[in-house]
Design a protein around this ligand. Sequence first.
Ligand SMILES: [Fe+2]
Length: 372
Amino acid sequence: MSVPSTPLVGESLGRATILLVDSVEINRQLLKGILKAGPFRLLEARQPSDAFAILDREHVDLIIADLMLPEVGGSMDGGLDFCRRLKAHRRTRLIPILILTSVQGIDNEVAGLESGADEFLIKPLQPAVVRTRVRTMLRNKRTIDSLEEAETILFALAQTVEQRDQETGNHCQRLAALSVALGTALGLPEEDLVALYRGGYLHDIGKIAIPDAILFKRGVLNEEEWAIMRSHTWKGEEICHRMRSLAPVLPIIRNHHEKWDGTGYPDSLAGEQIPLMARILQLADIYDALTSRRSYKSAYTPEEAVAMIQKEAGMGWRDPELVSVFVEMVREPNFVARSAALFAPTGDQPAEDAELQSMRESLARMSREVLK
Ligand SMILES: [Fe+2]
């Protein structure tokens, strides 16, 4: 993606917040002197733990850290470890990091870049070089921020779609949790779980393009109306496809109405041609729809829902192996209690259930990211 050509003047960057992390006060003073001409808000931390405390409560646009940070015994690893920790958390991973070091050598630079640092500057610092580098990094950050905002708007839009149908309640939230639970049962990696979680919210975003008269029609849809209804899959993909960060979610959005025997839509994919994530979300979607009360039907019990899903697998519509794992999961004696606990206020879940605790924390984190 090309970066918009903003002039390299401080004023164009607004009042960006820069966090300086250095255990040596004179170094921080020096940096403050170099950056004082810019319209920057400068925050200071002596060590990574102070920096994380600031990052918890402040919006930071750029971090400038010394490679030699005191944690981990003042060794060089202090700065690298700090970078790794910043990049490991979604909340801080998009904040650009400029590492300052007096240690020359390509090995250090490679180690730093591998740990997640975005740029390196070798001391002694040249003020003009520091300022130019800082402005370039802030300009790139601004571009990233605008993408993040666009993503947030999409999630808000998806919830609006969901709220058009008053009956579905917290369907997105339940669907996200159920899909992540099945993904976890299958041992999928975290990036797949995040895609499933997002898919829970975004899978039906294409319904924004479907008129209410069709979306909420009580009678049977005619041929033409069905064609419009089916288009919510590819229209949803069209809405989201420009956003690179949503690439893993696109197969879920497009293919969550395929059937195992190839009679689904929009691509009539069959068997394992259907992306696994789309199959997972589809099972969760069906189960949640069946076990939820609607004005035209009462809620089925979990066992009734399981029997209906198994029947559909017998008819060739659903992935039989996936259905087995799903059924095993929902039949776990404490599944319902665990599902409820996923949405319970913090502290209400049994402390000894480490797996539940961990899933709950993951869901809470993903939820914060999706709904921020
Ligand atoms: Fe759908």
